[in-house]
Design a protein around this ligand. Structure first.
Ligand SMILES: [Zn+2]
Length: 389
């Protein structure tokens, strides 16, 4: 029985060169794979969303395994804080586009494969066109809006979505594929969590090896779908706890009420995922840039600079003259703030401080501004002596 997600005609139309037969010999000698499975891999087109923590190991192993066409979507640049886990990129790549850096690493691993770069945001405008050309979507995204988007695109286009996510010391993975009998991401999580309740890696941290484990599991599941072997994670969620060194498995069921894959779906096209996930633009918050702040300092202007990060972050790096009032304490400590003078609020990258600016404005502070990009931007653009973390 043909179990591969790649059509038999495409596999039959694919050949392996002598060089490829040598390169993949450890696959070919396994009766579960053989040249037939390897030709399936060569015929396959896999899209990795994100060339970061999960995308790095996934793409490296998929390239090494001989997936014929590997697509990558990302729009970021390599930052030194990425290197603790994003092993597609090296120290020499800092400041480069992640996709170019990824392409160079992947070409070195396997020059036989095609690499397609999509240097843009994976958005409602671009997603269908990008994903349309691929057989499998490997979701290595780090935010809910992209996750719902990648889910919906995959459901509509009837493509398996190999899901992975990581948080601190824990991660999970599964394969969403309603057309193959499993649930989709929305069956599990019909509603996104409130945006401010979920810290990302930059806020909560992640053990560097963890996305390595989860991303490799995603690569294995992808290869199994293509070769058509084993028991897929469709309908099962695998949870990994690195501190306990424990894997747990949860059964997943398709929700008949699911708005995209249920019996009476109500969503038939891509929506505005930022709005759906309540991602509030910081645009509605009055802000100043790090250059404007520097100018105010140089001009000797009077203002108060409030740092709303946690004390341990303040220990790592601080802007001279900033007063520390952690986010959790600000509501109780507004009487310490001067209403007469401008207040500039900063955090690590501008998210928490935007919340504080909104809160203070609600409490009648008129002259309060968010520092765009936070101490991260300060370190990048004004004072490289302030450590980045
Ligand atoms: Zn569903």
């Amino acid at each position: 029985m043909h179990k591969s997600i790649i059509a038999q005609e495409r596999i039959s139309a694919t050949g392996l060169t002598n060089k490829e037969l040598q390169r993949y010999s450890r696959h070919l000698i396994m009766p579960e794979v053989t040249a037939e499975g390897q030709k399936g891999l060569k015929a396959a087109r896999v899209l990795c969303i994100g060339a970061g923590g999960l995308g790095s190991p996934a793409a490296l192993y998929l390239a090494a395994a001989g997936v014929g066409t590997l697509g990558l979507v990302d729009f970021d640049r390599v930052d030194i804080t990425n290197l603790q886990r994003q092993i597609l990129h090296g120290t020499k790549d800092i400041g480069r586009s992640k996709l170019e850096s990824a392409r160079d690493s992947l070409r070195d691993i396997n020059p036989e494969i095609e690499i397609e770069l999509h240097e843009c945001r994976f958005s409602s405008e671009t997603a269908e066109q990008i994903a349309g050309d691929y057989d499998v979507v490997v979701d290595g995204s780090d935010n809910f809006a992209t996750r719902y988007l990648s889910n919906d695109v995959s459901v509509f286009a009837r493509k398996p979505n190999v899901y992975g996510s990581v948080f601190r010391f824990e991660g999970q993975t599964t394969v969403f594929a309603p057309h193959l009998g499993g649930p989709c991401y929305r069956c599990l999580f019909p509603e996104p969590p409130p945006p401010e309740s979920v810290p990302n890696c930059a806020q909560a941290g992640v053990l560097g090896v963890l996305p390595g484990i989860i991303g490799m599991l995603q690569a294995i599941e992808t290869i199994k779908l293509i070769v058509g072997i084993g028991e897929s994670l469709i309908g099962r969620l695998l949870h990994f706890d690195a501190l306990k060194m424990q894997f747990r498995e949860l059964k997943l069921r398709r929700d008949p009420q699911c708005p995209v894959c249920g019996d009476n779906p109500t969503i038939f096209a891509l929506i505005d995922y930022d709005q759906f996930c309540g991602v509030r633009e910081t645009e509605d918050v009055p802000a100043i840039s790090v250059h404007e702040l520097k100018q105010k300092m140089n001009d000797g202007e009077t203002f108060e600079l409030i740092d709303v990060r946690e004390p341990f972050e303040y220990e790592i790096a601080r802007i001279d003259g900033a007063k520390l009032i952690p986010l959790g304490e600000i509501a109780e400590r507004t009487d310490e703030l001067q209403r007469e003078q401008p207040i500039i609020v900063h955090c690590h990258s501008g998210g928490r401080s935007a919340q504080v600016v909104r809160l203070l404005r609600q409490r009648g502070f008129r002259n309060v501004y968010n520092l765009e990009g936070g101490i991260d931007a300060w370190s990048d653009q004004i004072d490289s002596g302030v450590p980045k973390y």
